[in-house]
Write a protein that binds this ligand. Structure first.
Ligand code: AMP
Length: 369
């Protein structure tokens, strides 16, 4: 895929960010440190990113006039969430460069298109099948066996829009529960651990990967990340090679997160791709305090046309998400030696809502990234 022509930004220039969540907030903070301004566009008046920027537009993604004014005010546009409506991206890209190229979203917004794309690169995924009805679901179960995971093709995140099917479950009922006509069935992967690679790719094609990170989930939501992941050098190398080939094949500019399963295989292990996130990723938050240059700064550098960093990791890093009322413990976390507390400024702690995170860095002897 070929992307839009890259413009090289100067300090003082303005980056437009679509989406106003914590990822947008941390992108804007990283940009500010490099002397770049940000203008955040979000329909939510309570957007955490609004607190840290001078220019904000609170409007719907269907508001063409607001999109045009936003595009006119910024030098480059990026996004902090993957469900940017294609119609909004089209309006913006006609006026101002959008990076990463929004056409990538056609692949990453659709689990079936994404799995097809990854498989065509020769990279392993869970076995999968297209499901559009109870009949096709039965055929998919016959092909893949049970247990299996039924997922909506679009708009799934943090375990939403998916259900596990086990022996004895009624496929018809599972299909009705999903409330969709476009889904995929995935074979259940008996993984040994879940890992991710955060990769940055510049417009010149240079790719820089952070250390492979191990991720633990609670109720389908990322709870703790460990960097580096306790995997062999061969698995780490393979995971980074996979992320690099995905970034290259997408002609990507910016930071992306690739979620993977490490699966036991005979006496060794192999790596399967679960999901590609075309944005900075929660499992890369450790890089804010645990590396010389964070994933947020890498993304800003890439879309600004600036050189990528070769980040150094400061030690063994643990990142813990503060989810819902976990955030009530912030005062205790503030007293933990070596801990850095990040609070996103969200007003209400709802169950499953990411309210902040804490990073703890411990000295180690290896200083790879
Ligand atoms: P996803 O929304 O696809 O990232 O899935 C959320 C979580 O569900 C993953 O992080 C895994 O823990 C689990 N999961 C998803 N797909 C599978 C699968 N095919 N086999 C086993 N576990 C899965």
């Amino acid at each position: 895929m070929s992307g839009p022509t890259q413009k090289v930004l100067k300090p003082g220039d303005t980056i437009g960010i679509l989406g106003g969540g914590q990822l947008g907030r941390m992108l804007a903070l990283a940009a500010a440190r490099l002397g770049l301004r940000c203008h955040v566009f979000s329909p939510d008046p309570d957007s955490p990113a609004f607190d840290v920027v001078q220019n904000a537009t609170c409007a719907e993604y269907a508001d063409v006039e607001a999109l045009e004014m936003f595009a006119a005010d910024v030098d480059v546009i990026t996004y902090e969430f993957e469900n940017v409506p294609a119609s909004a991206a089209l309006v913006l890209a006609a006026r101002t460069p959008v990076l990463p190229d929004y056409k990538i979203l056609e692949t990453t917004q659709d689990r079936l298109a994404e799995k097809d794309f990854v498989s065509k690169l020769g990279i392993g995924t869970a076995g999968y099948a297209d499901v559009t009805s109870p009949q096709t679901l039965r055929a998919a179960i016959a092909k893949l066996g049970l247990p299996a995971v039924l997922k909506t093709r679009r708009f799934g995140y943090d375990g939403k829009g998916q259900t596990i099917l086990r022996e004895g479950d009624d496929p018809e009922a599972a299909w009705q529960r999903l409330e969709t006509r476009a889904a995929i069935l995935e074979a259940f992967v008996p993984f040994e651990r879940e890992v991710s690679v955060i990769a940055a790719r510049g417009a010149d094609g240079q790719v820089v990967c952070y250390d492979v990170t191990e991720n633990e989930h609670r109720d389908h939501i990322l709870k703790v990340s460990h960097a580096p992941a306790p995997v062999s050098d061969a698995i780490a190398e393979e995971a980074r090679r996979i992320a690099t080939s995905i970034a290259d094949a997408l002609g990507y500019v910016g930071v992306l997160g690739v979620e993977m399963f490490v699966v036991p295989d005979g006496s060794g292990a192999r790596v399967l791709v679960n999901e590609v996130a075309p944005r900075v990723h929660n499992s890369g938050h450790w890089t804010l305090d645990g590396a010389s240059v964070s994933q947020f700064e890498q993304h800003i550098r890439a879309i600004a046309g600036w050189p990528l960093a070769q980040p150094l990791r400061h030690g063994t890093v643990t990142m813990t998400n503060l989810i819902g009322h976990d955030v009530d413990d912030y005062a205790e976390w503030l007293t933990v030696p070596g801990a850095t507390v990040h609070l996103y400024g969200k007003r209400t702690a709802l169950p499953g809502r990411k309210m902040g995170h804490v990073t703890v860095v411990e000295a180690d002897t290896s200083h790879k990234t």
